[in-house]
Design a protein around this ligand. Structure first.
Ligand code: FNR
Ligand code: 8K6
Length: 347
């Protein structure tokens, strides 16, 4: 029987989604000066509760993970309370919500946390400046020590535990889009010669330590991961990255995570070293629940699900433009097109 976007789906014995449509994580830079979610953010997420699962905007696990203004956190009591208001409002409207846990690594900027350095796998700087704050040039990062890596793993696990205290149904680890975890997974940003670099197994180690620490703390059934095997943002691709993701996907296949989510802006983009589209590469190498994303409409996403290319569909920009995206699709109503000016305010 053909699958519908409106099928109820069980991710596992603990979590059932009301449909196959996920709201993709979308950074909006609207938290208050203490990185606490506001009332406006509560309303914004509550309006989107008809999604099968909302994935929150990327939320920093600790102060030195911040790379953009007013991105929310999950490391102070006030931030946890702010998120409690959001999760309660989403649940009251019948929805479910995961927190996306974020550390930007070399894409962080000390401007945001009154620091003087940023941490990354290697002293390899990302070119350019902070978007919308063009005066802030990225700086050369300080390679993390093994002791600092151990602390980061603990801080990810603590943020996951805070997310559960804040009422989230689970967490999605942000291992995509060129941020800290992804920086370990690509040769462009990882030149380490210790047990965290130099081979697929070593380069996958940090990601797997974070996955395992969080799974242990809150349960693998409430833990998900987003990855970008195709380097397209904050990173340059390298042909040898393929072997790293082959290893990582093999290792993830042995774990029973809630889902694996592809981070890509346009899934029609082809990567020579992956043999084509990212989604096709991941599907061939990962047997469990896969979330597709990147330039899909409801129609093209449903078709891809029926072609077996992935199981669930994440929708990003159209959800910014259409708070009632799910209802509109269900009723066959026209969508409001997304435009960048819409990022100026939360609707
Ligand atoms: C994003 N994206 C993104 N991804 C992520 O993993 N964490 C995040 O916080 C953000 N933030 C974000 C902000 C804005 C304004 C945009 C446009 C995108 C990427 C997003 O989740 C998604 O992958 C892309 O938007 C592609 O999907 P759509 O929009 O084609 O459905
Ligand atoms: C006022 C809100 C502005 C939000 C800007 C911050 C964006 C953070 C992450 C965005 C990720 C988008 C990836 C776009 C990559 C395109 C490359 C082809």
């Amino acid at each position: 029987m053909a699958k519908s976007l409106f099928d109820e789906v069980a991710l596992n014995a603990e979590i059932t989604l009301q449909n196959r449509i996920l709201m993709a994580p979308l950074t909006r830079c609207m938290a208050d000066e203490n990185l606490v979610p506001t009332e406006q953010m509560t309303t914004y997420y509550a309006k989107r509760a008809k999604a099968g699962l909302i994935i929150s905007e990327a939320t920093i696990i600790r102060a030195d993970g911040q790379g953009y203004p007013n991105t929310p956190g999950l490391f102070t009591a006030e931030q946890i309370q702010g998120w409690q208001r959001v999760t309660k409002a989403v649940h009251n409207n019948g929805g479910k919500i995961f927190a996306q846990l974020w550390h930007t690594g070399r894409v962080a900027h000390p401007h945001f946390f009154n620091g003087n350095n940023v941490l990354a796998p290697s002293a390899l700087k990302v070119e350019g400046t902070v978007p919308r704050m063009r005066e802030l040039e990225y700086i050369e990062p300080t390679p993390v020590t093994v002791a600092q890596i151990e602390q980061l793993v603990k801080d990810y696990a603590q943020a996951a535990s805070n997310a559960i205290d804040a009422g989230f149904d689970g967490v999605e680890i942000h291992g995509a889009n060129g941020y800290l975890i992804d920086q370990f997974l690509h040769y462009n940003s990882n030149h380490r010669t210790d047990e965290f670099g130099g081979s697929p197994e070593n380069m996958s180690r940090f990601a797997l330590l974070v996955v395992d620490a969080i799974s242990e703390r809150i349960g693998a059934k409430r833990t998900a991961l987003r990855i970008s095997p195709g380097a397209y943002f904050n990173l340059e691709p390298h042909a040898d990255d393929r072997a790293v993701f082959d290893y990582l996907l093999d290792s993830l296949s042995e774990r029973e995570l809630a889902y694996l989510h592809i981070g890509i802006f346009d899934d029609e983009q082809r990567f020579e070293y992956l043999g084509g589209r990212v989604s096709d590469y991941v599907r061939e190498n990962y047997p469990h629940t896969l979330v597709g994303n990147g330039g899909f409409s409801a129609q093209s996403g449903e078709l891809a699900i029926n072609q077996g290319r992935f199981d669930l569909l994440a929708i990003g920009r159209p959800f910014i433009a259409n708070p009632n995206y799910v209802e509109r699709i269900k009723n066959g109503e026209e969508l409001t097109p997304y435009s960048e000016e819409m990022l100026q305010e939360l609707v």
